[in-house]
Design a protein around this ligand. Structure first.
Ligand code: SF4
Length: 184
């Protein structure tokens, strides 16, 4: 298992992740409050099948996480041009889909290493389609639920695994996004 986790970390870095680390799944913090934040405060609430109210709820996530021991947290970072105005919409699209690409590669690699339960989750809404049809996913092999939509405390997940993650209050020079592949 340890060897496979190291293989997955190296794979993530080779695929473009800025960092990847082993996660003890039983230490992941969850909370019903994350979905409240989605419903009251997020402009993307209800806009994709990977977000509430369509995504698995907090109780389902707790049961789901209890079936795993180890995972890999993946950080993807995008540097922003400090001299020019940031196009956050474009940056968010690239950030989201690049991270998803890495996570799906890892999920597949873990599966091929015989970790057949491997499953990826990604922070943020699904950005695979310009507009989600909200009825039937047209990319079911690629779309994965949002970590926070399912009740996972992403700030705690990052901090507990050694990443600096704070609320941004000053000029933004880079964007970090996180995802996770549950392995075994
Ligand atoms: S892939 Fe498209 S249809 Fe599927 S959840 Fe994402 S946006 Fe919606």
């Amino acid at each position: 298992m340890e060897k496979d986790l190291q293989v997955l970390i190296e794979k993530a870095l080779a695929a473009g992740a800025s960092a990847a680390r082993v996660v003890d799944v039983n230490k992941i913090k969850t909370g019903s409050w994350t979905r409240w934040k989605c419903q009251y405060g997020c402009p993307n609430y209800g806009k994709t099948l990977c977000c509430p109210p369509y995504s698995p709820d907090y109780e389902a996530t707790q049961r789901f996480l209890s079936e795993y021991q180890k995972g890999i947290i993946v950080q993807y970072t995008m540097q922003l041009d400090p001299t020019g105005p940031a196009d956050f919409e474009r940056a968010d699209l690239q950030l989201s889909n690049e991270l998803l690409r890495i996570l799906l590669e890892l999920e597949r690699e873990a599966f091929l290493l015989n970790h057949y339960k491997a499953f990826a989750l990604k922070a943020g809404r699904c950005r695979l389609c310009e507009k989600c049809n909200l009825e039937h996913c047209v990319h079911p092999t690629k779309a994965r639920p949002s970590l926070e939509a399912c009740g996972i405390d992403v700030f705690a997940l990052a901090r507990d695994n050694g990443f600096d993650m704070d609320v941004v209050t000053g000029p933004i020079t880079k964007l970090d996004i996180y995802g996770m592949v549950l392995v075994e």
